[in-house]
Design a protein. Structure first.
Length: 456
């Protein structure tokens, strides 16, 4: 008598933190699918869940720990067999986190791509495995990588490097991810083609710890501009978007690539972190306010209409009221189209952890509120200029709250972090569709518009 066929074990994923972690999560799931696991959406009822964590700042650490404890509670209720914790939290705290979370069934650092199926299977067998490497690297040497998508089919994040060379005083990323490790241009372009062919991706979002340094370790010079031009040759790609540039790395070649290639969005994510020279020096950013102004002027002169996104840290140790006002003045002058701001996080292991003159939490919050109030005014004015204009918009999903309306984005908006366009249409729209939308109303961060009937 033939024994009954054993069902495939099911695996679910909770991916926390940034898009770089999301790419890793897709790789983990892709690898597990290849070796026979069944990927499912629901954590409850799956055999095992992988929680891919973030530990960049204290809030992210707490979110990661809370999520792990929630999964452990489900296991105790019999709704899960195994909980595997992966990523930055494990890599950063290593044996400490393993000791403090005995209920977890397996641990994987930031470079567990070759071990993930073994760790999951051993966790299901009750063996409590660990996989930690001292020198994380990206899996990149020429082979095609399976990815199980965690984004809508029409866009994907494309990770081009791991690690960082900069050494900002507030940042622990180099201690977690190691120095820069770039993927060869050929491997990145090959993956881009794979994403288009297998998933129908139309928008590639290029990510890394510091994308402006891409290639320095492999080619002895930055080659981000050449990579972008190579990606622009991939048939089927409509938009290419670049994130996580350091302002020091905005070269003439990069500006020209963004300017000249129609497929590359006239959009750049470039974290300045601050604009006061004393604070910038203490942050070890290697740049001055004058240099920032020069860089931004060059971008806006060479690429008319470019949308600039930046990130700001308020409350860095030693940030005086004068320094903060200097920052606000800079933001009033520059008027970034997109901006995210965060309170300084006092991270053990960073150089700034030992700095004197730590800013009180209440003052950090007060400064963050002031800065975001200013940016709300700027963003509202920027959006008001869109009124009556027509933009190409990609449809992301139907609006579940409003029949006949969809949610989309212009090329000046990145998923998750920027604004959306509420799109009205007389015919159904589908995710991944690009349509011309005439803007009829504006909010502080979002737009409202109607598809131009004659151009659908």
């Amino acid at each position: 008598m033939t024994p009954p066929m054993r069902s495939r074990p099911t695996i679910s994923m909770i991916s926390l933190g940034c898009p770089r972690t999301l790419v890793d999560s897709e790789l983990y799931l892709g690898r597990l699918q290849q070796v026979g696991f069944q990927v499912v959406d629901s954590v409850e009822g799956s055999d095992a869940v992988i929680i891919n964590t973030c530990s960049f700042v204290q809030d992210a650490i707490q979110e990661s720990i809370d999520t792990v404890l929630q999964a452990v509670a489900l296991k105790k209720q019999g709704k899960l067999k195994a909980v595997i914790v992966a990523g930055c939290l494990v890599q950063r705290f290593k044996q400490d986190v393993i000791k403090e979370l005995p209920e977890v069934d397996g641990f994987v650092g930031v470079d567990g791509f070759g071990d993930i199926e073994t760790v999951v299977q051993r966790a299901l067998d009750g063996e409590h495995p660990e996989s930690l490497r001292l020198r994380p690297q990206v899996p990149h040497r020429g082979r095609r990588l399976a990815r199980s998508p965690l984004t809508p089919a029409h866009y994907a994040y494309l990770k081009i490097s791991e690690g960082c060379l900069k050494g900002c005083s507030f940042c622990v990323i180099p201690k977690i991810k190691g120095p820069l490790s770039s993927r060869p241009i050929e491997a990145v372009v090959d993956e881009a083609r794979q994403l288009v062919e297998e998933r129908g991706v139309r928008e590639l979002i290029v990510v890394g710890q510091d994308t402006s340094d891409y290639g320095v370790d492999l080619y002895r010079r930055p080659r981000i501009a050449e990579l972008l031009r190579a990606l622009a040759t991939v048939d089927g790609v409509r938009w290419i978007r670049l994130l996580y540039c350091h302002p020091r790395g905005i070269s003439k070649e990069l500006v020209e690539a963004i300017r000249d290639e129609p497929t590359i969005c006239k959009y750049l994510d470039m974290a300045i972190e601050h604009a006061d020279d004393t604070v910038l020096q203490r942050m070890n950013r290697g740049i001055t306010q004058a240099r920032l102004r020069e860089t931004i002027t060059r971008l806006r002169t060479e690429i008319p209409g470019i949308a600039l996104r930046t990130s700001i840290i308020v409350g860095f140790p030693g940030e005086t009221e004068e320094a903060f006002e200097n920052l606000l003045g800079f933001l009033r002058d520059i008027r970034f189209e997109r901006l995210g701001a965060f309170q300084y996080s006092h991270e053990e292991g960073s150089a700034s952890f030992r700095y004197p003159d730590q800013v009180p939490d209440a003052l950090k919050q007060e400064r963050l509120d002031r800065l975001m109030a200013l940016q709300q005014e700027i963003a509202s004015a920027v959006n008001a200029q869109c009124l009556g204009r027509t933009y190409e918009v990609v449809i992301d999903e139907a609006d579940s709250n409003e029949p006949g309306q969809s949610l989309g984005r212009t090329s000046a908006d990145c998923p998750e972090v920027d604004g959306i366009v509420f799109v009205k249409s007389h015919v159904p729209l589908i995710p991944g569709q690009f349509v011309p939308v005439r803007i009829s109303d504006t909010y502080e961060y979002d737009l409202v518009g109607t598809v131009e009937r004659y151009q659908i």
